[in-house]
Design a protein. Structure first.
Length: 265
C-alpha cells in the first residue's frame, strides 16, 4: 500500500471482523436469541453490520468507516486526515506536529480505544456462551475460535494505539517507516523506532538538497552565458539609433560611449 491512510487496516480488520468465526458466532446467537437479552440481539446486529460493511467497502474507502460501524458510533463522519498524509510528500518531521495533525492523532486514538472496548465486550459475551452446561462440543469449539479472532482484534487495537502514539510524538512519516518494518520482539522496539526516525530524516535532507539545487539552477539561467554578467536589454527587430547595428540599443552603444568620453576631454 503506497499511502499511509489505512495503516494496513484492510487486511487486519477483514481477518478479524469478516472471518468465518464471526459467522459461526452470529449463527449461535440466532439459535439462542429467543432466550437472550436485547443487548445480545444488538450485538448480533452489530456483527452482521460489520461483515456487511466490509463487503460493501470500495477498495479506495477509508478504514475509519469500518471502525465507526464496529463501535456503534452515532455520527457517520470521516475523520480529518493530517496535513502530512494528504500532501503526499511526507516532508513533516518536527515533533508534535501541527494542531490539525495533533487533533487527528487524538481522534484516531479515540477510535482505536473504542474498537478495543468493543472487542473486549464481545469477548465477555463469548465467555458467557461457554458457561451453559448444555452447550455442545461443536458450538464450544466455534465460540473458542471466535474468541481467538476477538483477541486478534484486541492485539490489533494495541498495535494501532502504539502507532498513533509514535505519530503524535514524532510525526506521521516516522510512524509510516515504523509500520513498514518487520515485526520484531519487544526489546527491539527502540531500535526499530530509531531506524524509522533516521529514514525520515535522510529523506527530508534529500528533499531539501534537491530544492536548493533547483533554486541554484534557476538563478544561473538569469545570467548571460553563465559568466555572471547580467543580460543586456534587447528587443528583437530593433536597431541602435546611433550606429545602426542590430545587436544592441543606443544607450549600450560602444561608439556612443566613446564619443561621450571624447566630448568630456
Amino acid at each position: 500500500m503506497d499511502e499511509f491512510t489505512d495503516f494496513r487496516l484492510e487486511e487486519k480488520i477483514a481477518r478479524v471482523k469478516a472471518s468465518p468465526e464471526y459467522a459461526a458466532y452470529r449463527a449461535k446467537l440466532d439459535e439462542i436469541a429467543p432466550n437472550y437479552s436485547e443487548s445480545e440481539k444488538n450485538l448480533q446486529a452489530h456483527l452482521a453490520a460489520l461483515v456487511q460493511e466490509q463487503r460493501n467497502r470500495a477498495a479506495s474507502g477509508t478504514a475509519t468507516a469500518i471502525l465507526q460501524a464496529a463501535v456503534k458510533a452515532p455520527e457517520k463522519r470521516k475523520l480529518q486526515r493530517p496535513i502530512s498524509w494528504t500532501a503526499g510528500g511526507f516532508v513533516h518531521s518536527k515533533q508534535g506536529g501541527s494542531k490539525t495533525e495533533d487533533l487527528s492523532c487524538k481522534r484516531q486514538f479515540e477510535q482505536v480505544d473504542k474498537a478495543d472496548d468493543f472487542f473486549f465486550s464481545v469477548k465477555q459475551e463469548l465467555e458467557g456462551l461457554e458457561a451453559p452446561e448444555s452447550i455442545s462440543a461443536e458450538h464450544l469449539t466455534k465460540v473458542k475460535k471466535a474468541k481467538a479472532a476477538i483477541e486478534e482484534g484486541m492485539l490489533w487495537a494495541e498495535d494501532q494505539a502504539q502507532l498513533i502514539d509514535i505519530a503524535f510524538k514524532f510525526g506521521w512519516p516516522t510512524a509510516q517507516e515504523y509500520e513498514g518494518e518487520p515485526v520484531v520482539a519487544t526489546e527491539e522496539q527502540d531500535k526499530k523506532l530509531k531506524k524509522a526516525k533516521k529514514a525520515v530524516a535522510e529523506r527530508n535532507a534529500k528533499l531539501e538538497k534537491d530544492r536548493n539545487a533547483k533554486k541554484s539552477k534557476n538563478n544561473d539561467t538569469r545570467l548571460l552565458g553563465g559568466r555572471g554578467r547580467p543580460t543586456q536589454p534587447f528587443v528583437q527587430g530593433r536597431l541602435c539609433f546611433f550606429c545602426g547595428a542590430p545587436d544592441h540599443l543606443a544607450p549600450q552603444c560602444p561608439q556612443n560611449a566613446a564619443k561621450g568620453k571624447g566630448k568630456q576631454r
